[in-house]
Design a protein around this ligand. Sequence first.
Ligand code: AP5
Ligand code: MG
Length: 222
Amino acid sequence: MRIILFGPPGVGKGTQAQRLAEKFNLVRLSTGDLLREEISLSSPVGRKVEQFLRKGHLVPDDIMLDIIENILLENKERDILFDGFPRNLNQAHSLERSLAQMQQEIDIAFEMHLDEDEIVKRLVNRRYCPRCERIYNLSTNPPKNDCVCDQDGAKLVTRDDDTAEVIKKRLKIYEDETRPLVSYYKSLNIYKQIDARGNQDEISDRISEIVNAYLNSKCTSN
Ligand code: AP5
Ligand code: MG
């Protein structure tokens, strides 16, 4: 199974991706997390992409597609959940070509939807664990102890791109570059919009219901 989770910054993709990957035993492929790891390691890729993330711009497709290609090959036999990839039509077409070479295709493309005011509220209160990537929110999902990760005790951090100015830019880039994926995935008949209001469990239930229905339909047709 190949599932895409896309939507504007701060809508809750990473939060839901972590839950769904666990529930359905999927490899979670979060391009944002992968890039932040490269940056924290100061790797050659990390040094190349750092300024793009800091400014809220998309990383150039050639860099992104190289990374994805390798991960797809490493995980040929696994079910994959894409969090934050593809981000534009060029990436979407490349992903399809790569999957087709392995006789695979995308099963469902979920777009999470939420009003901009709510998105901004979620982002300004976000903290994350740089060690295990767990996501918190000081208002809706705070850590048990002030500013340290419940799981591994690492000090929680604010992302460099969670400033008012960069959030605005990321939202604009989403509208201009990523939103066209909606009509594209509708045309392929694999698009599902998810209402991202409500608590994390409610949203997980909405997504899981669709995944379960899809899995059942596959069982019946085989
Ligand atoms: P990426 O890391 O993917 O960032 P993003 O798309 O901007 O999305 P976020 O991670 O900010 O938000 P999210 O939707 O995951 O929300 P979260 O679950 O954290 O990408 C970062 C950068 O990397 C890009 O700007 C670009 O430079 C580069 N990049 C990445 N992929 C790329 C690609 N394919 N091509 C080119 N460049 C790429 O939740 C947000 C907050 O809300 C948290 O505090 C959370 O606790 C809280 N929350 C979650 N759910 C709820 C809820 N139901 N109720 C209340 N609060 C909630
Ligand atoms: Mg994320």
